[in-house]
Design a protein around this ligand. Structure first.
Ligand code: UN1
Length: 502
């Protein structure tokens, strides 16, 4: 039998070939697969000079693109959506190879990309400004939205293509150019995705420099963040990364859109439909091997149903198929790196030292590759480790007695991304969604914390960074607003009744 790594390398080559993309072989970067933990290809990393050149080319392309009518810009994104549809399976294969997502989730990621393209095409005819009632006779007050400039997109390994597409599809219809610095862990997905956009650009005759890909490490990201020609830096990653990026961009009066970590929780009330809650919880906590920023990490369960729910969860966890994500039936693929598995093991040790009881999973399985059983830990309190985001499939269970206590526990973490409540009590559901309920950017009822649709604005508060991407009116972050006052009378009347030179 051929070595599994060789098979995956061949599969990656075949997908890239169908997409039409070439791998720039060289040194400085490696494409790896978490399925076996092995290296697939050695790649050439972009140089510092190339980063600067890429920003210059994007800025140049922007100057032409900003005056292209928005519905015409939409044609480019429509073409990208068509190419994504045609290469759905190829891109999903590359996502599985580089991230270890199971087939259905890898296809789901490509679907998210197609969906945002559809959304952006519609949006290209709906970049509305408001007209505002003027206080002066014979005056019109209005706002106009203009393209912003160059958008620097920094993305993480866990959604290596979808997060890029949320930013890029919207930025392109808004009239911006994009320079992309993806995770170093997912160069093949980045090459493939970027090539599909290059094909769409060539097919529609859009300016070639509208999109530039940087395959490089941290320094490339730093150069991008510091470049004053980059008008908006949209960065997805850790809170630590956001703490560095935010002030650097602010110091040069650039704009940032930050999508940082989450420490997402679900409250399970005594009235909850436990069958439904069970399925929602397992997908949100163990799906994608716990490596979504929206992954469910804390379960806050009413004391009356806690034992029963934990027992049922532990039984399902005991049967979760962990393994090669290409195998039929696998629900949990590998963690991205050995280091991620070590971090998971260390968190489990700390949780137990802080009084937690491991009730399911937590063991390393198989290999080569960093495979681990998703874990459930019952905690006596919301201790320090529970309040931290560990990017691995660990679900901490806390119990509560009163609704107010549940909400207080829920909000008492640094992050504020996603949240949910399982309840059949309408008052409780509404209180969870109210101003003094969940403090997150995403708050759900009777559904888990992960797997948001693209139509809503995606993002969160506090240490999650405050940015909103994807649907709703998130497009406004990618444009600049001008307020226009037009005097169509023959008199000069001043606002606030100021009198001058009368
Ligand atoms: C992320 O984990 O960075 O809501 C994004 C979700 C997905 C996106 C997650 N639609 O889980």
């Amino acid at each position: 039998m051929t070595d599994r790594t060789d098979q995956l390398r061949d599969l990656a080559r075949a997908s890239l070939r169908r997409i039409g993309a070439a791998v720039p072989s060289g040194t400085g970067l490696a494409a790896r697969t978490p399925i076996t933990g092995a290296e697939l290809f050695a790649l050439r990393a972009s140089t510092a000079g190339e980063v600067t050149r890429a920003v210059g080319e994007a800025a140049e392309a922007f100057r032409a693109w900003r005056t292209t009518p928005a519905p015409v810009r939409g044609e480019l994104v429509r073409t990208l959506g068509d190419l994504l549809r045609a290469h759905r399976a190829d891109l999903a294969d590359l996502i599985t190879i580089e991230v270890g997502k199971i087939r259905s989730e890898a296809l789901g990621e490509v679907q998210e990309m197609i969906d945002i393209c559809d959304f952006a095409v519609g949006l290209s005819r709906q970049l509305y400004g408001r007209t505002i009632a003027s206080e002066r006779p014979g005056h019109r007050l209005a706002e106009t939205w203009h393209p912003l400039g160059v958008v620097g997109v920094i993305s993480a390994f866990n959604f290596p293509a979808a997060v890029w597409s949320w930013n890029t599809a919207i930025a392109l219809v808004c009239g911006d150019a994009v320079v992309w610095k993806p995770s170093e862990l997912t160069p093949l997905v980045s090459i493939a995705t970027s090539h599909l956009l290059d094909r769409a650009i060539a097919r529609t005759g859009a300016p070639a420099g509208l999109h530039r890909l940087l395959l490089a490490g941290r320094e490339a990201g730093e150069t991008l963040v510091g470049d004053p020609r980059v008008d908006l830096v949209s960065a997805t990653g850790s809170t630590r990364m956001g703490r560095e990026v935010g002030p650097r961009v602010a110091a040069r009066f650039g704009r940032v859109l930050l999508e940082l970590g989450g420490n997402n929780a679900a409250v399970v009330a005594p009235s909850a439909d436990l069958d439904l809650a069970l399925r929602g919880i397992v997908f949100a906590a163990a799906g994608t091997a716990g490596q979504r920023c929206t992954t469910l990490r804390r379960l806050i369960v009413h004391r009356d149903v806690a034992d029963q729910l934990v027992e049922r969860l532990a039984a399902v966890y005991g049967r979760l198929p962990v393994g090669d994500p290409f195998d039929d039936g696998t629900l949990v693929g590998p963690l991205i790196t050995e280091a991620a598995a070590d971090t998971m093991a260390a968190a489990l040790d700390r949780a137990q030292a802080e009084g937690g009881k491991l009730v399911a999973g937590g063991r390393r399985t198989g290999g080569p590759g960093a495979y681990a059983e998703p874990a459930i830990v019952r905690m006596p309190r919301q201790t320090a480790i529970v309040r931290e985001e560990t990017f691995a499939p660990i679900l901490y269970v806390l119990t509560y007695d009163t609704f107010d206590e549940a909400v207080a526990l829920h909000n008492d973490v640094p992050h504020g991304l996603s949240s949910s409540i399982f309840t059949r009590d309408q008052q409780e559901a509404e209180r969870f969604l109210a101003a003094d309920g969940s403090d997150c950017g995403i708050a759900n009822v009777n559904i888990g914390t992960s797997g948001a649709e693209i139509g809503g604005a995606f993002g969160g508060e506090k240490a999650t960074g405050g940015g909103r991407e994807s649907g709703s009116d998130a497009w406004r972050a990618y444009m600049r607003r001008a307020t226009n006052t037009v005097n169509y009378s023959s008199t000069l009347s001043l606002a606030q009744n100021v009198s001058f030179l009368t």
